[in-house]
Write a protein that binds this ligand. Structure first.
Ligand code: ATP
Ligand code: MG
Length: 270
């Protein structure tokens, strides 16, 4: 066969930071919805047993009988487990507390770090972007995320210890790059919950830019209460109140990401 078939395979990005409560899930949900609004086909993988990305997408984590746990241990496929977020217009690979058992079940398995990668390979042509919402750990689950991704997006608050925590994560990314996944790259750092009135945040933001240069996304996500309210309505913030400052920032971030990594101009009907 000489004719090359024109298929697109999804770009797979982890939203990761081992620090808790820094805005990973908020970023994952709102980026998924923002990309969908920019006409991209998106799968959001909830790699956290807390199941917040699932719930925040309007899916009840406790009624999703087939979920990421069964997929990781090889008892189900992504096609069987994925559900549609009607509020966000993207697909979700849901999770709940059952997923914490996967850590133990995976330990005895061969290629235990590559289970997610193998599962996602099956649906790579169905999407333009696959986003993985990582838990606040550098665990075997997170390793599965990093081993299966092309890139990492790091949401971070511009606080005093932020840079210190960042070096642990950057070192982990380098180790995964060397040992498990030579195509892994740092896509960028996203400043979240940003308050321009706080001098310390501005200083840390400047430090970040001088250390990481272009790797710092231009878009900054402000602290905005509408983003925090949205999950209790099972909606991404960009849908819940699209005129809010937080929503506008995430929409702009979606656009910046597409420009940076090259999304697809889809032919799909809206
Ligand atoms: P975990 O490490 O537990 O998974 P996380 O990194 O996923 O946490 P989130 O759950 O996204 O963090 O956010 C932590 C809290 O901060 C949540 O209550 C969320 O609603 C709130 N939050 C996140 N981003 C913003 C923002 N830009 N403005 C206001 N509140 C925000
Ligand atoms: Mg989270």
């Amino acid at each position: 066969m000489t004719l090359e078939t024109q298929t697109t395979r999804a770009k797979v990005f982890c939203i990761a930071n081992q620090k808790g409560g820094v805005g990973k899930t908020t970023t994952a949900i709102n980026l998924a919805a923002a990309l969908a609004l920019h006409r991209q086909r998106v799968l959001l993988v909830d790699l956290d047993p807390q199941g917040n990305a699932t719930m925040g997408s309007g899916i009840n984590k406790n009624t999703a009988d087939i979920n990421l746990y069964q997929v990781l241990i090889g008892e189900a496929t992504v096609v069987q487990a994925r559900l549609r977020s009607e509020t966000g217009q993207y697909d979700v690979l849901p999770s709940n507390r059952e997923l914490s058992g996967a850590e133990i079940d995976l330990v005895g398995m061969e290629h235990r770090e590559s289970q997610l990668k193998h599962a996602l390979d099956q649906v790579a042509e169905d999407y333009d972007f696959i986003l993985i919402d990582c838990p606040p750990t550098l665990s075997l689950l997170t390793l599965n995320g990093l081993a299966g991704a092309h890139g990492v997006i790091i949401p971070m608050q511009c606080e005093y210890f932020a840079l210190e925590g960042l070096s642990d994560l950057v070192n982990t990314i380098k180790r995964v790059f060397r040992n498990l996944n030579p195509s892994l790259e740092l896509i960028g750092l996203l400043r979240v919950m940003f308050d321009t009135r706080v001098t310390l945040q501005q200083q840390v933001s400047e430090q970040l830019q001088s250390h990481f240069g272009d790797k710092v996304f231009k878009t900054m996500i402000p602290r905005n209460v509408r983003l925090a309210e949205a999950p209790s309505h099972g909606m991404p913030g960009v849908v819940y109140d699209k005129s809010s400052r937080g929503a506008k920032a995430y929409l702009q971030f979606g656009e910046e990401l597409i420009k940076r990594v090259g999304g697809k101009g889809r032919r799909r009907a809206a």
